[in-house]
Ligand binder design. Structure first.
Ligand code: FE2
Ligand code: FE2
Length: 191
């Protein structure tokens, strides 16, 4: 599997410094959560370091890749094209680094909009992106603590927060995030 130090150096050259530091924070957090929840650390590390690989594409470049890779987007993503950066990153890393592992690719793909019935590694990357040490927003410490013992509860908290944020900003809410939240609440009610 791909060498993590090599990927770090590629990401360091590709992304602005601030985003590289964020990616290292996501890496560190994802490894920690992977240990706690018995998820493959190597896969979580690769997904974490590459999750924002397509974050700095221009709108034009993003649309170019969406077309080139036949990525299906709905009208919400079409209107807020930054939401596609996970979907595009998964296709790019598949081609550029020959990554074929579906867990890594799906974790990168859904780190922005989430999805219904997420796997543990997908939840870990989504959460690590949200709570890595450089993130500062009211309530982040609470989610950091909950993430250490209840992945689903922390996911619901993170989704609640980001849904509220989207509403406050007057942006379009992606249905994936709502369905993800509903599925987590429904499954936690059963357990
Ligand atoms: Fe992202
Ligand atoms: Fe990120």
């Amino acid at each position: 599997m791909t060498d993590i130090e090599f990927l770090k150096s590629v990401v360091k050259n590709k992304l602005p410094e601030r985003r590289y530091i964020h990616s290292l924070g996501v890496f560190e957090t994802a490894i920690n959560l992977a240990k706690i929840y018995n998820v493959c650390e190597k896969k979580a590390g690769i997904a974490a370091i590459l999750h924002d690989y397509a974050k700095y594409l221009s709108k034009k470049e993003a649309r170019h890749y969406i077309k080139k890779f036949h990525i299906k987007i709905d009208e919400v993503i079409d209107k807020q094209i930054d939401l596609a950066h996970g979907l595009i990153a998964a296709e790019l890393v598949k081609r550029e680094f020959k990554i074929v592992d579906i867990d890594i690719l799906n974790s990168i793909k859904y780190h922005t909009i989430a999805r219904v019935n997420m796997t543990d590694i997908e939840k870990i990357i989504y959460l690590a992106d949200y709570i890595e040490p450089n993130r500062e927003f009211p309530g982040v410490n609470k989610i950091r603590n909950v993430a250490l013992y209840n992945l689903d509860k922390a996911m619901i908290m993170a989704l609640d927060n980001s849904i509220k944020y989207v509403i406050e900003k007057g942006l379009l809410l992606h249905t994936n995030s709502i369905l993800a939240r509903n599925s987590l609440i429904l499954s936690s009610d059963k357990s």
